[in-house]
Write a protein that binds this ligand. Sequence first.
Ligand SMILES: Cc1cc2nc3c(=O)[nH]c(=O)nc-3n(C[C@H](O)[C@H](O)[C@H](O)COP(=O)(O)OP(=O)(O)OC[C@H]3O[C@@H](n4cnc5c(N)ncnc54)[C@H](O)[C@@H]3O)c2cc1C
Length: 447
Amino acid sequence: MNKESYDFDMIIAGAGVGGISAALAAARLQMKVLLLEQADEVGGTGVFSSVSLICNFRDSWGRPITSGIHRELFPASYTHYNEKLVPTYDERDLKAAYERLLASEPTLTLWTHCQVSQVDTKDGRIVRLHLQGSRTTTVTAKIYLDATADGNLSALAGLQYKLGREGDGRLQSATATFKVSGVDCSRLKEPDIRQWSAIHSLRRELLPYYLDRKAAGLTSNPRQSITCFPYPDGESLLFNSTSVLDVDPTRPKTLIRGKEEGIRQAQELFEAIRQHPAFHHAKLEYIAPKLGIREGRRIVGEYELTAEDCLESRRFEDMVAACAYSLDIHSPDGGASRLESIPEPGYYHIPYRSLIPKGCTNLLLSSRCISGTHEAHSSYRIMASVSAIGEAAGTAAALYVLQGLQDVRQVESPHIRFILQLRGQFVEGEVKRIAMPASPAWAEEAR
Ligand SMILES: Cc1cc2nc3c(=O)[nH]c(=O)nc-3n(C[C@H](O)[C@H](O)[C@H](O)COP(=O)(O)OP(=O)(O)OC[C@H]3O[C@@H](n4cnc5c(N)ncnc54)[C@H](O)[C@@H]3O)c2cc1C
C-alpha cells in the first residue's frame, strides 16, 4: 500500500467527456493535473454505455456553438455530416481519441482504477482527497473539479444537491444500449441506414415485431417505440431503446437491479427484431458494459439553470458554454419522452455561476452535475455541452491557479472566454485579455 501523499495544481475526479475536456484544457495551460477515474479505463458514459449519436451542437442556421475540444473528439461531425446523414460515432474510436489526447499532455497524470472515497474539508475549502483502488493514498491540490457525472465528489464534501424531478424526486429512465451487426440491409425498404430517412423507415418496420411481443406480455419494457442509430460504417446499429425505471445512481442496489432488468429488456427486444427478414442472421454484438444512467445529483450552485432559460434561449453575461440540444426527458414513469427544441437562434448560454457549487471556494463542477433543474439537465447533459462545460471548468481552474486566487468566484468570465476563444471555442460576450505568467509556479520552483 502506497502511503505517500501527492500534490498537484488541480485534481479532476471522473474521466468521462467532462473530466477529460477539463483535463486537456488545463494541461494545455501547463497546469500539473491529476485525472482520477474509478473504472479501469477512461471514457465514462460515452464509451461504456455506448450512446452513438452526436446530438445537435449547431444553432438554427447550422453554425456550431461548440467548437473546442468537442471538435477534436468528433471531427467528422464538423466536416462530414449534412442534414441527411445521421451523425454518429463508434465508441472504440472515441476511446482511442481520449487516450491519444491525454497521452500527449506532459503535465497530465492519469490514475485509473482509483476512486475518490473521502473528502476532507475545512472552512469551506477542500483540503485533501482520500483514494481507494490502484493507489490507496491521499492527494492534495490548489483546486478540485467534480467530473463524476453524479456529483460524487461534491456530495462527499458535504455540499447541497438535488435529485430527480420536483415533487416526487423520480429520475429519468436508464437504458441498456446494445449493438447489432450482420443486418441484411438489402431487405430493408431503405437500405442506406446512414441516412435519417432510412433510420426512421427502419424503426417503423421493426415496431410491429416489438409491439407484438409487448402485447404477448413478453417484455417489461414500458416504451411504445423503437430508437436505434447506425454506426458510422453503415452496417451495424446501436439500439437505445430499453427503459429501466427508478434507477438512482446514489443507491447501489437500484443499479444492480437496473442492470439485470436492462440486460433482460435488451435480449427481449433483440428476439423481437430478429423476426424481421433483414435481421434473421443478425448478431447481438454486445450489450453495453455499463447501464446508461441519464441523471444523478445536481449540485446546488450559484445559479440554477431552468427550463425557461433553455426554452427562451437565454443569454448570460457570465456565459462560458452554450447548448443547442432540446429538452429531452425520458419519462421517469415510462411514458413518452418530452422533447422540446430550443427556439431561434437555437441555443442558450450556460453561465459560469452554474459551475460554482455553493459552500466551497476551491471546487468547480465539470460534468452533467452542474447546477440546474431536472428539466434543464435533460438538455445540457449531452456530450457536446458537457465537453464545453468541462473545457470551461478546466480553463477557469487554471486561471484560479495562475492568478493565485482564493475563491473560484474571483475568476472573471471575460478572462475565461478570452482563453476559450483563443482555443477556437465558441463564446459570446466581452473578452478580456489576460497577461499569462511566462512559466507556471511549479516550473519556477523546479529551477
Ligand atoms: C442511455 C443514454 C443515451 C445517451 N445518448 C446520448 C446521445 O445520443 N448523444 C449525446 O451526446 N449524449 C447522450 N447521452 C448523454 C451523455 O452521454 C452523458 O450525459 C455524458 O456523456 C456525461 O458525461 P460526464 O462526463 O458528465 O459523465 P460520465 O461520462 O458518466 O463520466 C463520469 C466518470 O466519473 C467516474 N467517477 C464517478 N465517481 C467517481 C469517483 N468517486 N472517483 C473517481 N471517478 C469517479 C465514472 O466512473 C465515470 O467514468 C446519453 C446518456 C445515456 C445514459
